[in-house]
Design a protein around this ligand. Structure first.
Ligand code: FES
Ligand code: MG
Length: 571
């Protein structure tokens, strides 16, 4: 084994080594400072991130494994983001969490790290940090919650909130019944049980190779999660001995496999921005077009909400993620290595489907081509995305007139106005919701439909926005329009009444307005007033430096890596 990084703090007889050791002793044996790998456990447990609140228990299991393998486990609480609690949107803070974690891993005497995440932004921010500090790192995903039931029916986190609330607005469900379902929605510890962003990012992180294969998707209350956490603690010590860093095994091939996985599971559109951001940290040339090129023809094999019917503990029972990946094995890159040192495809041999209604066979997919489709055209020169698996087939090719909202407040103020001139063929456009505009690119693109149309039985319409959409949401929603309105994209000058053409199969999103007329248009005052203009703090830094969605919405100065070197001693 090469010299441990932590020995720069602990080795030697000088005053500084004395200080570093002395303050850490507090019951720790002297052997802790004599060449044993120091393993941080970057822990996003927080009472305000309820999906991750059980991670202290997981951390304890990791600690046992680290000790057992001869390492020293050190818990490092890191910035945590509770998707449902944090305003204006957890995405605004993803890069801050990533930056803070990266810096604390670098600043401290550690040799490797186990990353504990769960709720939507936590695994992405941890992986971005690990990639930029490039120390040996492995993820333990906190796992999904168990399925709750209401009136005899399974409740899908998020997805059923959208569905039930639409039913209330349509008048087919009483408010009383709606509120009654609230206490059944979250049955246990763990993250959302739909194929939302948390589930997606755990499975995709496993396909990427950053989780011990077979672990992702283990329900949070399942005893096997703690067993795997223990084993991952042992592995972390081995990673240091082997000097296996993110940069030593993560290549474009790993991202290829992640994109295949994303399509086969019908995963969240949010994975696109997260994977682009992680790749950016690693210097891997990944573009939104790779999602289309690699993923668009991959069949949908997982029958989970929002695209299908079941929930995450059903997926685990039915054979789990590896059984899904085995069905698309021929589409995977066999060269891509995992954090264990073995190729991902090596783990697929024994995987088996036990319930072909939850995980369908390749020959009988839920949809033949499920990946994310990239759209370009005069309304999205830098690209936009749509998830056809969650859209209505009859709207995938559509021409309609725009009904434009300048901000989310404008939307809420007018959407249920009985006089609003809108019908089922209209195209709802919401702007000012991109990374800079909101700020933070919130999950507002799946705008609720107008009450009067819901009452007529309309359940989907074409919606276009520069924001994101919850991974638990569904509908014919064009997202991540780039450049965003606040960055001067054509979205900023669309007017109500303009004709818009969407053609998903052709990959087109066009504004049917004469070029000379467009060139003469300027954003109106209400549009400009809808953009965020923070004066100080993180929001100011963010708005000044955030990149567009097609580049992962990272900050420009956070792209790439700095490694683990620190320039100076503290005394
Ligand atoms: Fe945490 Fe859905 S709110 S995973
Ligand atoms: Mg979300």
């Amino acid at each position: 084994m090469t010299e441990l990084r932590s020995s720069e703090w602990y080795a030697g007889d000088d005053r500084n080594a004395y200080i570093h050791r002395a303050w850490m002793r507090r019951g720790v044996p002297s052997s802790a400072f004599e060449g044993r790998p120091q393993i941080a456990i970057a822990n996003t447990a927080s009472d305000l991130t309820p999906c991750n609140s059980h991670l202290d228990e997981v951390a304890a299991a990791v600690k046992n494994g680290v000790y057992e393998a001869g390492g020293i486990p050190l818990e490092l609480p890191v910035v945590s983001l509770g998707e449902t609690q944090v305003r204006p949107t957890a995405m605004l803070w993803r890069n801050m969490a990533a930056m803070a974690t990266e810096e604390m891993l670098r600043a401290n005497p550690i040799d490797g790290v186990v990353l504990l995440g769960g709720c939507d932004k936590t695994i992405p921010s941890l992986l971005m940090a690990a990639a930029s500090v490039d120390l040996p790192a492995v993820v333990v995903p906190g796992g999904p919650m168990l399925t709750g039931h209401f009136r005899g029916e399974a409740l899908g986190c998020g997805t059923d909130v959208w569905r039930l609330s639409e039913e209330v607005r349509a008048g087919t469900l009483s408010e009383e019944q709606f509120l009654k379902s609230e206490s059944s929605m979250i049955r246990s510890k763990g993250h959302c049980n739909t194929m939302g962003t948390a589930s997606t990012m755990a499975l995709v992180a496993e396909a990427l190779g950053t989780i011990v294969p077979g672990l992702a998707g283990t329900p949070a209350p399942d005893a096997r999660l703690l067993e795997a956490a223990h084993e991952t603690g042992r592995l972390a010590v081995q990673l240091v001995a082997d000097d296996r860093r993110p940069s030593s095994f993560l290549t474009k091939a790993n991202f290829h496999n992640a994109i295949v996985a994303l399509a086969a599971i019908g995963g969240s559109t949010n994975a696109v921005v997260h994977l682009l951001a992680i790749a950016g940290r690693l210097g891997i040339d990944l573009s939104i077009d790779d999602f289309d090129r690699i993923g668009a023809q991959v069949p949908l094999l997982v029958n989970l909400q929002p695209a299908g019917r079941y929930l995450m503990d059903d997926l685990y029972r039915a054979g789990g993620f590896l059984a899904v990946m085995r069905e698309v094995r021929d589409l995977l890159d066999p060269e891509a290595l995992t954090v264990t040192g073995k190729p991902f495809v090596d783990y697929l041999e024994d995987a088996k489907i036990w319930d072909a209604d939850v995980i369908t066979l390749r020959g009988n997919p839920l949809q033949p081509a499920a990946g994310i489709t990239v759209l370009r055209g005069s309304l999205a020169p830098g690209g936009a995305i749509i998830k056809p698996a969650a859209a209505s087939p009859h709207l995938l090719k559509h021409r309609g007139q725009a009904v434009v909202f300048d901000s989310i407040e404008d939307f809420h103020a007018r959407i249920d106005d009985p006089d609003l001139d809108i019908d089922a063929d209209s195209v709802m456009v919401l702007r000012g919701c991109g990374p800079k505009g909101y700020p933070g690119m919130p999950e507002v693109s799946n705008m609720p439909l107008p009450q009067k149309l819901l009452a007529q039985g309309v359940r989907d319409m074409v919606r276009i926005c520069d924001g994101r959409m919850s991974g638990t949401a569904y509908g014919t929603v064009v997202l991540h329009v780039t450049p965003e309105s606040a960055a001067g994209g054509p979205l900023s000058i669309v007017q109500t009444g303009d004709w818009i053409e969407l053609d998903v199969r052709a990959g087109r999103l066009d504004l049917d307005v004469a070029a000379d007329e467009l060139a003469a248009r300027r954003p109106n005052q209400a549009t400009l007033e809808g953009y965020a203009a923070p004066r100080r703090g993180w929001e100011r830094l963010y708005v000044d430096h955030v990149l567009q969605a097609d580049q992962g919405a990272d900050l420009d100065f956070l792209v790439g890596a700095s490694g683990s070197q620190v320039s100076r001693e503290s005394h």
